[in-house]
Write a protein of this length. Structure first.
Length: 136
């Protein structure tokens, strides 16, 4: 885990707070997409489309894989509650319900995560630069 953290910090070197917040938020939100294999593709597409750091977003995606597994059943249940789906569960319906639950829960939480990270990173950046100016 320590090696992954150092690789992540190295990949973020020189990026703006906006880019770092977007990489982390997109990596987590897309990393918990409830269809196996698609988070990697979605993160790669997001990185290419938004010109984000591909290794960093893929690292966040891989770190969020256990969360993806943990959220499969809760997201499916949320989706079935939204749709009022009380029928016999099958794989297609469970997948549809999980994707709907992901859209309704994870996407808004990802937006909140982006805003919070942006606030924290900008504040830390100002504190760090003020510390450098006062020591000079």
């Amino acid at each position: 885990m320590k090696a992954a953290g150092s690789r992540f910090l190295t990949s973020l070197a020189g990026l703006s707070p906006e880019a770092i917040a977007l990489v982390v938020a997109m990596g987590f939100v897309l990393g918990v997409f409830p269809v196996f294999g698609l988070p990697t593709v979605l993160c790669a597409l997001a990185a290419v489309t938004l010109r984000l750091n591909l290794p960093a977003i893929q690292l966040i995606n891989q770190v969020s894989s256990p969360v993806q597994l943990a959220l499969l059943i809760p997201l499916s249940r949320v989706g079935s509650l939204i749709l009022g789906d009380r029928g016999s569960p099958n794989l297609a319906a469970a997948t549809r319900n999980a994707i709907l639950g992901w859209v309704c829960i994870c996407v808004p939480l990802g937006m909140i995560l982006y805003v919070l990270l942006l606030f924290v990173l900008r504040r830390r950046r100002r504190q760090w630069f003020n510390g450098l100016e006062s020591s000079a």
